[in-house]
Write a protein that binds this ligand. Structure first.
Ligand SMILES: Cc1cc2nc3c(=O)[nH]c(=O)nc-3n(C[C@H](O)[C@H](O)[C@H](O)COP(=O)(O)O)c2cc1C
Length: 354
């Protein structure tokens, strides 16, 4: 099938960004976006969380919040796809407009506020794709008006662990007031105790054990980083995603920089990589890290891997460059690994720390 993206890209870029995103999801649902069928280079394969990833490049949460197109996105060449964030109850989110492009900066600001169709709808979609190949993570959040936010994460795990390969506990969206407070010491202890208990209860009931991953913000000071490292080590959490969007507006030029929300894309790269590097050091390489934030090239992915990431994810660059970017990033990552004499991704993980 011919690649229509170069033809439709100028139209999408002139549309309201949220409408453009809806249209993209619709095109993917109806099979209008051709798959990239090339098998991954063997140097890209990596074992993490007891899973065998064909390549380390994943789709970050937020693109496919409602699990409408995970298989179409796996077909674009991603090594894994993360759906969500999903909250127990469906939620409209903040009033529109709530998604803003900053093309000059290759950035996006969003204040979506966990707009999603809720666990029932998402679970039904995942149920319907059960047995399909391709690694899928399920990212869960809490409803804005929930009285017990931690209970929302537990509900999400109960509902989606059996339908996914790993679960992400997203406590770092800046668009749900107070959510990031869950990154504090006492709050994290309670959150992780209850989430691990939920996972253990599923295992006791006969389900296979699913990795639990915590997704953190890039806006963490030294103490905040230490608190998280200690908590995930103490609770036996399997991994960390570093990072979500930032509240920082450093280095932005476009007029939309004054919009409220979380910023992602190229200007987030340095900050999120700095936190990633620190989390690798603080967790002594004992926790699997997923690096996200501002990746738009194979060299960016490679930098995150050398800083300590076993896997990487991206989203914003996809909105600017289209789905072919996945193939380009993988090809360039292979070249970076070979240039520096690494015969696998695993060999390069944390290379900057030795
Ligand atoms: C429009 C938009 C919506 C997002 N929604 C979510 C979300 O629901 N849950 C989540 O954990 N992260 C969400 N993210 C954050 C991304 O998963 C990612 O962590 C962040 O954008 C940094 O990566 P990037 O610079 O490659 O986009 C969202 C990002 C964008 C741009």
């Amino acid at each position: 099938m011919i690649d229509l993206y170069p033809l439709v890209a100028p139209v999408l870029k002139r549309m309201d960004p949220e409408n453009a995103h809806r249209l993209t999801i619709r095109a993917l649902r109806t099979g209008l976006v051709p798959s990239q069928s090339a098998a991954d280079h063997k140097v890209l394969g990596i074992d993490a969380f007891g899973l065998n990833f064909p390549n380390p490049v994943g789709l970050a949460a937020g693109f496919d919040k409602n699990a409408e197109v995970p298989d179409a996105m796996l077909g674009q060449g991603f090594g894994f796809v993360e759906i969500g964030s999903v909250t127990p109850q469906p939620q409209y989110g903040n009033p529109r407009p709530r998604l803003f492009r900053l093309p000059q900066d290759m950035a996006v600001i969003n204040r979506n506020g966990f707009n999603n169709e809720g666990l029932d709808v998402v679970a039904a979609r995942l149920e319907a794709r059960k047995g399909k190949s391709g690694l899928l993570g399920a990212n869960v959040g809490a409803n804005k008006d929930s009285e017990d936010r931690i209970a929302d994460y537990v509900t999400g795990i109960d509902r989606l662990a059996g339908l996914s390969d790993y679960m992400t506990i997203n406590i770092s969206s800046p668009n749900t007031p107070g959510l990031r407070d869950l990154q504090g010491k006492a709050e994290m202890d309670e959150l992780l105790t209850r989430c691990c208990a939920a996972r253990d209860a599923l295992v006791a009931a006969g389900q296979s054990r699913k990795p639990l991953i915590v997704k953190v913000a890039p806006d963490l000071d030294d103490l905040g980083r230490e608190v998280i490292a200690e908590a995930v080590l103490a609770h036996g959490i399997d991994g960390l995603i570093v990072s979500n969007t930032t509240l920082s507006r450093d280095g932005l030029r476009h007029a939309n920089k004054s919009e409220v929300g979380g910023m992602s894309g190229a200007p987030l790269f340095a900050l999120s990589t700095d936190v990633l590097r620190d989390m690798f050091r603080l967790t002594k390489g004992r926790i699997t890290l997923i690096g996200a934030g501002g990746i738009s090239t194979g060299a960016d992915a490679y930098t995150k891997i050398r800083a300590g990431a076993s896997l990487v994810q991206f989203y914003t660059a996809l909105a600017y460059a289209g789905p072919r970017l996945v193939t380009t990033i993988k090809k360039d990552l292979v070249a970076c690994l070979k240039r520096d004499g690494f015969s696998s991704v695993a060999d390069a993980v944390g290379a900057d720390h030795t």
